[in-house]
Ligand binder design. Structure first.
Ligand code: AMP
Length: 139
């Protein structure tokens, strides 16, 4: 049996689908953080962003790009937070890549994405240089 999102793709469980094409689908989150909270997924099951093949990633981004203004306009939002929980330790509960589009409203009491981390590390310049080099060498 696939993930709960695969079951949505297969039509085995209901969802409020708001967009669908050959590769991707978008539907309302069942436990919305705001009116219009929408999830965008690839139809095929990939656990993490880095598991998604290039061509599917391109399609996934195209759907996100299309849905962000649609969602914002539909609920008259001022802005949106667009994010992936990428891995269990980052809060990912459903092991099927999904992008959250959470409409945001002036004075909604929510915070920026900077609020997700614990205490910010105090990194020295040489540590930052080393980290930048490590990332660059893998890019
Ligand atoms: P995450 O913690 O990033 O894995 O988020 C999983 C999201 O999926 C949560 O926001 C849930 O509310 C949502 N969710 C779980 N089951 C369903 C479902 N059957 N239909 C729509 N959204 C769901």
């Amino acid at each position: 049996m696939g993930t709960i999102f695969t079951q949505i793709v297969e039509g085995e469980i209901p969802a409020r689908i708001v967009y669908e094409d050959e590769t991707t689908v978008a539907f309302l989150d069942a436990n919305p953080l705001a009116p219009g909270h929408t999830l965008v997924i690839p139809k095929d099951e990939y656990e993490r962003l880095n598991d998604v093949p290039d061509d599917v990633a391109t399609e996934l981004y195209a759907t996100i790009h299309r849905l962000v203004p649609a969602v914002e306009e539909a609920v008259d939002a001022d802005a949106s937070t667009v994010a992936f929980n990428n891995g269990e330790e980052a809060g990912q509960e459903v092991p099927h890549v999904h992008c959250h589009i959470v409409p945001r409203f002036e004075g909604d009491g929510g915070g920026p994405i900077h609020g997700i981390a614990g205490e910010a590390p105090d990194l020295a310049d040489d540590e930052l240089d080393d980290i930048a080099d490590e990332i660059e060498s893998r890019s």
